[in-house]
Ligand binder design. Structure first.
Ligand SMILES: Cc1ncc(COP(=O)(O)O)c(C=O)c1O
Length: 464
């Protein structure tokens, strides 16, 4: 059994003191210009540690398909494609596949997961040898047709898997939970078990299982249950496949979904513990482990061993990889004073924080205020603050009634843990310019511009 040593690495992103140092450095070095009314920062030292920790937690031959939808910045993707060969990407659309190819990922490091793949996209993916997870049984038929059309003896270079909904329940956030009784994703294991089994016993090229339980809000026990359901299915179906002379399944994609901390004291799961729990529930997925207490000679263990030597694990972590590495800063343009509440008028709102504005109950961050020179402000103002964005609708408020130090025009309002599902969800509403995005190492000792602030001329081309 492999002994995991738990690294002393933080479960949360950069501390306020580090954010302050970085902000001051960025101001001093002229990185925050007049027109930079808002910026997004990425702590690349932290991000590198996250990726190292991810790859160290799983067996070395695991492919880590970082979810592009969480953070599609080309500079970051190019960098990750170089730092570790076991890092790949999970792409949710043909556009994300193209982005990944452009950023240097070879086809076998790309996992294409769209639920609405066209025939053309399927042909492109299979032609290139990009890994693919089929979302539904109709798509399975399309792929079967494509393979038949290539002629007898043609074998796909791509690994082809089927997304199965393990139906283990919904997490605390409905819109990002996808393993309930009903889900728009995947084929449900209970009501469609016969058809699923038939697919694996008809098509030898169908070699993989894929699941994704949800994103944030799903407890580790639920994520592990999902893997367990598919693991049991794999053992069952492998025996039947072997009877037919088919190779056993060789790819097991556990999806993403590991929750992160957005608030102090939230006690997020520790990835090494998560992996230990999967190892206990599905030992055959790990080449170096036996179920605790299991007899290595038992038929059950033999089954696990038979499965393990052939299975490649894939993960698809987006939020866990990127969220805590990023923070956003906006200049405070105005402060409005109403009888019960003050409103800080910011340069980011629902354009960058669509989920936070539409569903503030489930999506909230921590905030901090720095003065115009980048010094952290302290104390608590007598009135709470609404943090309002610049967009033209009244719901453009990223947080309501938060306790903050007294905020003044020209201050910097920092929004923490914004490294995922923020810039990737940018809205074009009101034609505002996307912010400058800056990476840094060692608390601002070294900066790198990851993406320039958009010019108004560039913004207008979107509508042409
Ligand atoms: C299929 C699939 N894989 C991976 C992810 C990434 O999830 P997370 O960012 O929570 O790790 C998602 C996001 O919802 C997804 O839909």
């Amino acid at each position: 059994m492999m002994i995991q040593t738990k690294p002393e690495l933080p479960e949360t992103g950069p501390e306020l003191i580090q954010i302050g140092q970085t902000l001051t450095q960025a101001l001093r070095s002229g990185l925050i210009r007049n027109q930079d009314t808002s910026l997004i920062f990425y702590d690349l030292t932290f991000l590198e540690q996250r990726i190292q920790r991810l790859t160290a937690s799983f067996p070395p031959e695991t492919l880590h398909g970082l979810a592009v939808k969480a953070c599609p910045l080309a500079r970051i993707l190019k960098w990750t494609s170089r730092i570790n060969q076991s890092v790949g990407v999970e792409a949710a659309s043909a556009g994300e596949v193209m982005l990944a190819l452009n950023c240097g990922f070879s086809p076998d490091r790309i996992v294409y997961d769209s639920p609405v793949k066209t025939r053309e996209e399927i042909a492109f993916t299979l032609g290139k040898g990009i890994r693919i997870n089929i979302d539904n049984l109709q798509e399975l038929e399309r792929i079967h047709d494509y393979i038949k059309r290539q002629g007898a003896g043609w074998k796909p270079k791509s690994s082809i898997g089927l997304r199965i909904n393990p139906q283990v329940g919904l997490g605390s956030i409905l819109e990002s939970s996808v393993a309930g009784e009903y889900s728009k994703f995947g084929v449900p294991i209970r009501s469609r078990k016969q058809e699923i089994e038939k697919a694996f016993l008809t098509h030898e090229w169908l070699i993989g299982l894929h699941l994704h339980v949800g994103s944030q809000g799903c407890p580790v026990s639920m994520l592990v249950d999902g893997t367990g359901v598919l693991y049991d299915f794999m053992l069952e179906v492998n025996e039947k496949r072997m009877h037919r002379g088919f190779a056993p399944l060789s790819v097991f994609d556990i999806g993403g979904g590991l929750p992160v901390s957005y608030h102090p004291g939230s006690n997020p799961p520790v990835i090494e513990d998560y992996v230990d729990r999967i190892r206990q529930r599905a030992p055959g997925l790990f080449s170096d482990s036996f179920a605790p207490g299991a007899d290595p000679e038992s038929p059950e263990q033999e089954k696990n061993n038979a499965a393990r030597s052939r299975v490649q694990l894939i993960t698809e972590f987006g939020r866990w990889t990127f969220t805590n590495a990023g923070w956003t800063v906006s200049r405070v343009e105005y402060v409005k004073d109403d009888p019960l509440v003050k409103t800080a008028m910011l340069h980011v709102g629902a354009d960058l924080f669509v989920r936070e504005c539409l569903n503030p109950r489930d999506w909230q961050h921590e905030y901090a205020v720095f003065d115009a020179a980048g010094h952290l402000k302290s104390g608590v103002d007598v009135k709470p603050y609404n943090l309002a964005g610049p967009l033209c609708f009244s719901g453009d408020i990223i947080a309501r009634e938060v306790q903050l130090p007294e905020v003044a025009e020209g201050d910097f309002l920092v929004i923490r843990d914004t490294g995922s599902y923020t810039y990737s969800m940018w809205s074009r509403y009101n034609s505002r310019q996307t912010p400058r995005i800056v990476g840094y190492y060692e608390e601002g000792a070294r900066f790198e511009i990851l993406r320039e602030r958009e010019t108004p001329e560039k913004t207008t081309t979107f509508w042409e």
